[in-house]
Design a protein around this ligand. Structure first.
Ligand SMILES: C/C=C/C(=O)SCCNC(=O)CCNC(=O)[C@H](O)C(C)(C)COP(=O)(O)OP(=O)(O)OC[C@H]1O[C@@H](n2cnc3c(N)ncnc32)[C@H](O)[C@@H]1OP(=O)(O)O
Length: 237
């Protein structure tokens, strides 16, 4: 089954995660990157909306069982390849010359929440789904880049609160904290407000790229720091 689907409406490209909980493993990383590349290469694309077609999940993040099995079998290279590949996905979204929007239609946990934060804008629904960083309980400390790009989307006090408690946040709370632009009461309303917002974006790719490169120079540096943690697999507690 294809893990990622695409659609296009009025020059707005949709990247639609298509595998229920949308857990991240090497297949997810490869397919997502390929799809993202294709959407950005298409010069008619004015903005990209990332969402899922599952009724209750956006993305539950890293497939922890997949990681654990590979660790047990000492398949360290595949884990490293996965982490580097996911970093390419996050970096490509963050530095995209086309605006990126997360349409958070359900649970967004761990890497799934990070997928939302990597985007330029976020929208979420009120009636289903929690936004959560469970790493403190799951035993996965963040890579330096993850911390750095989270700061572009969440105020630092609130970030610490949700990371150190692992609490489950609703769309209402995220809206009050400015993490999302706006929430919708249900999935239909969410799709409507996200689409209406996306339609307003028709930016010049060159200026958009230059702004990103300058505003997010600190994030580029943080990605460099990740190498040490990935090479030593210092990613679990
Ligand atoms: C650096 C990166 C690291 C990583 O990525 S580590 C991996 C991180 N990922 C995880 O740890 C994911 C683990 N997964 C889980 O813990 C669970 O898999 C979920 C919590 C994500 C989902 O559990 P489920 O039982 O399938 O949840 P529900 O059926 O969708 O919801 C449970 C109840 O909560 C209500 N609810 C859901 N969203 C809302 C909302 N936004 N507002 C109010 N209520 C909500 C529902 O209706 C339901 O209730 P009712 O039990 O009565 O039916």
């Amino acid at each position: 089954m294809t893990r990622i689907l695409t659609d296009k409406k009025d020059d707005i490209a949709y990247i639609i995660m298509n595998n229920k909980e949308n857990r991240h493993d090497i297949v997810f990383a490869n397919e997502f990157l390929e799809t993202l590349d294709a959407c950005i290469s298409d010069q008619t694309t004015k903005s990209i909306i990332i969402t899922s077609n599952d009724e209750k999940n956006f993305s539950q993040g890293i497939d922890v069982e997949w990681i654990k099995t590979n660790l047990k079998e000492k398949n360290y290279n595949i884990i490293k390849e996965f982490l580097y590949k996911m970093n390419k996905v996050f970096k490509k979204i963050i530095f995209s010359c086309v605006p990126t929007i997360a349409q958070i239609n359900g649970h967004a946990f761990g890497n799934g929440a990070l997928l939302g934060l990597a985007c330029d804008f976020r929208f979420a629904r009120q009636d289903r789904g929690f936004f959560c960083f469970p790493e403190v309980d799951v035993g996965i400390p963040f890579l330096p880049s993850m911390i750095e790009y989270s700061k572009k989307a969440i105020n630092y006090q609130y970030y610490q609160e949700i990371v150190f408690t692992g609490k489950r946040c609703t769309a209402d709370e995220l809206e009050k904290q400015g993490v999302i632009v706006k929430s919708g009461a249900n999935v239909e309303e969410l799709e409507g407000i996200t689409f209406d917002f996306a339609k307003t974006l028709d930016k010049n790719r060159v200026i958009y790229q230059k702004l990103k490169d300058r505003i997010f120079a600190n994030i580029k540096e943080a990605f460099e720091k990740d190498k040490h943690y990935i090479e030593t697999l210092d990613i679990f507690a």
